[in-house]
Design a protein around this ligand. Structure first.
Ligand code: IPM
Ligand code: MN
Length: 355
């Protein structure tokens, strides 16, 4: 197969971790006989510096022409500390999600046998966790209007809006994921307080008869926040709105031991996008110390979801597991034991795949 991949390294450690994923993708191509063309484009603070726009039209065009987008990270502290900054790197991420129609952010949570002892959670509670969040990504309070400040500046407001259509397309994807897994779907909401959440519940309830093989549970977000770390094995597929999903998936990353390990896929109406769930980690930028595994595992998800090549995806996750077992890891995982640089880990993974 021949595939076009858009590379959007972004800010901070983004370029370094994307470099490692590219090495691994190339090694997979060589082994399994696929050709890749990589087209690089700017996004985030890097794009603001170059063009004034955190998601320029040229970048959008490259993404739309590609078979998949591999994305690094976005964010730069020089904008975080300036609340009056007119353009912010994060706006680029939101514009990209919206314009590419990426309404569903798929964030799996699983454990790695070789890391279980490092989790702050008890082994027997987390071992064997295998759940996936489908976080709604292009609506809700992240996008609702009106938003802003009163004229005097002493009042601020955001608006949470969901349409039935936005809920049902995500929910349908949730039902389909559940059908291919353990057939349990949890709708996470705050229907005891929020009107939007009541619409979520109503919409999911209406869809239930179309998927009789899937068991559906409705749970309030605060209760999920607790049960998720108490007994994560209670869950299979979870669907939820944008903001709840943002918060709960950071929490879920504790189960697997590190944010540096968790990949994601964003699916929707056009091209599919793959990115680690961690941020741009500016303190580590350029130091060759960042953990590339979340990005490498995002590339594995790309083979599975964008190219429908599960064997290639497994080849990647297998070598990632091997690197964890053998301790070929960056300092965040090594915790005082011998550690390797970002590029050394990438080289090792690519070499193992080529074997
Ligand atoms: C994420 C991030 C983003 C979000 C930020 C950087 C805007 O936290 O992808 O989870 O909130 O969606
Ligand atoms: Mn987040």
């Amino acid at each position: 197969m021949e595939m076009n991949i858009a590379l959007l390294p972004g800010d901070g450690i983004g370029p370094e971790v994307i470099d490692q994923a590219v090495k691994v993708v190339k090694a997979v191509g060589k082994k399994f006989g696929h050709e890749f063309t990589f087209n690089e484009a700017v996004v985030g603070a890097t794009a603001i510096d170059k063009t004034g726009d955190p998601y320029p039209d040229a970048t959008h065009e490259i993404c739309m022409k590609s078979d998949a987008v591999l994305f690094g990270a976005i964010g730069d502290p020089k904008y975080d500390n300036d609340p009056k900054a007119k353009v912010r790197p994060e706006q680029g991420l939101l514009k990209m999600r919206k314009n590419l129609g990426l309404f569903s952010n798929v964030r799996p949570t699983f454990t790695f046998n070789s890391l279980i002892h490092k989790s702050p959670l008890k082994k027997e509670r987390i071992e064997g966790t295998d759940l996936v969040f489908l976080r709604e990504l292009t609506s809700g309070i992240y996008f609702g209007e009106p938003r802003g400040r009163s004229e005097q500046g002493d009042k601020a407001f955001d608006t949470n809006i969901y349409t039935k259509e936005e809920i049902s397309r995500l929910a349908r994807m949730g039902f389909e994921f559940a059908q291919k897994r353990r057939k349990l779907l949890t709708c996470v909401d705050k229907a005891n307080v929020l009107a939007t959440s009541r619409l979520w519940r109503e919409t999911v309830q209406e869809l239930e008869p179309e998927y009789p093989d899937v068991k559906v549970e409705y749970e309030f977000v605060d209760a999920v926040a607790m049960r998720l770390i108490q007994w994560p094995k209670a869950y299979d597929v979870l669907i939820t709105e944008n903001l709840f999903g943002d918060i709960l998936t950071d929490e879920a990353s504790v189960i697997s031991g590190s944010m540096g390990l968790m990949p994601s896929a964003s699916l929707g109406t056009h091209v599919k996008l793959f990115e680690p769930i961690h941020g741009s980690y500016p303190q580590a930028a350029g130091k060759n110390i960042a953990n590339p595994l979340a990005t490498v595992l995002s590339a594995a998800m790309m083979f599975e979801y964008a190219f429908n090549l599960p064997e290639e995806a497994k080849a990647i996750s297998d070598v990632v597991n091997l690197s964890l077992e053998k301790g070929i890891v960056t300092e965040d995982i090594a915790e005082g034991e011998k550690s390797y640089s970002t590029s050394e880990v990438g080289d090792w993974l690519a070499e193992q795949i080529s074997k």
